[in-house]
Design a protein around this ligand. Structure first.
Ligand SMILES: Nc1ncnc2c1ncn2[C@@H]1O[C@H](COP(=O)(O)OP(=O)(O)OP(=O)(O)O)[C@@H](O)[C@H]1O
Ligand SMILES: CC(C)(CO)[C@@H](O)C(=O)[O-]
Ligand code: BAL
Length: 282
């Protein structure tokens, strides 16, 4: 595995592979890797000749009072994990390399960025779509891999790629969970041993909602209210939102039908956790 830190190096490596007729799979991450990230890398490894993983904690997607400074980082451990996972190129640029001058350009999808997490993180998805657009131009992958866990991010990237005719196939990978259902996330390290059991309420609320829908419930407001009540009743947990939305537009639904996403977010101590469940109801 080659570890590169500059845009020129990653471009040269990818172009050489492409000229040799290779297909390029790309996994963008913010590092501090866990099995969720490694599932994306494994899928990229299966489908492509060359696998590129980026590790970049993108300052543009953090709000002024968020956790940019204390976001967990461990490049040595990540490098070892990626080598083992069969990654070919690790691209780990500095902030100066990615943003040599303040960005005068932004890529923003306002309608998709405002709901759900956008209400508490109003500038977050502008930072995500802008950096992913940059990374796609740098790496020029054939396929790019994203986790379902960040469901709003996935909807935004899919729509950006469609709207801007980007020649990349977006591949979604199901959420990888701990044995008790908690979605794996780099931010789970913020949870104290006392908080940790309560964090599973997000998954429990999603499972409760799924059971109701499986039993025939189609009233989205009823299901959302039930999820909200469960999360609000949980000690050490503060609800951010619990909603039933259309998977592509992220707009709240009245009736549960078609491609829907049950989406939840809550604060548990220092951690803000998100989870979701995509469902197709015919
Ligand atoms: N549990 C998971 N299952 C599947 N994919 C995941 C999981 N967690 C993260 N991913 C995906 O990995 C990619 C990189 O995510 P990121 O580096 O932000 O990790 P994270 O664990 O989501 O961190 P954070 O704590 O910032 O949410 C994204 O496409 C994300 O959806
Ligand atoms: C897609 C991403 C790497 C952009 O910084 C980030 O939002 C993430 O890790 O999900
Ligand atoms: N996984 C999304 C990155 C973030 O929360 O900033």
């Amino acid at each position: 595995m080659k570890v590169v830190h500059t845009i020129a190096e990653v471009r040269a490596a990818v172009r050489a592979a492409r000229q040799a007729g290779q297909r390029v799979g790309f996994v963008p991450t913010m590092g501090y890797l866990h099995e969720g990230h490694l599932a994306l890398v494994a899928a990229a490894r299966r489908d492509n000749d060359l696998v590129v993983v980026s590790i970049f904690v993108n300052p543009l997607q953090f709000g002024p009072h968020e956790d940019y400074e204390r976001y967990p980082r461990d490049l040595a451990r990540d490098t070892a994990l990626l080598r083992e996972a069969g990654c070919d190129i690790l691209f780990a640029p500095s902030v100066e390399e990615m943003y040599p001058q303040p960005m005068a350009t932004v890529v923003e999808l306002p309608e998709l960025s405002r709901p759900l997490c956008g209400r508490s993180r109003p500038t977050h998805f502008r930072g995500v779509s802008t950096v992913v657009c940059k990374l796609f131009h740098i790496v020029e992958p054939d396929r790019a891999y994203f986790g379902q866990k960040d469901g709003q991010q996935l909807a935004i990237i899919r729509r950006m790629v469609a709207d801007l005719n980007m020649p990349v196939e977006v591949v979604a990978i199901p959420t990888v969970r701990e044995p008790d259902g908690l979605a794996k996330s780099s931010r789970n390290v913020y949870l104290t041993p006392e908080e940790r059991p309560h964090a599973t309420v997000l998954y429990r609320a999603l499972m409760w909602a799924k059971a109701r829908i499986d039993a025939g419930e189609r009233d989205a407001a009823q299901v959302a209210a039930g999820m909200r009540a469960m999360i609000e009743a949980e000690p050490m947990v503060r609800l951010d939102y619990a909603e039933v939305v259309d998977m592509a537009t992220l707009q709240p639904l009245a009736r549960i039908q078609g491609d829907v996403m049950l989406a939840v977010a809550a604060y548990v101590g220092k951690a803000r956790l998100i989870d979701n469940l995509p469902l197709t109801i015919s």
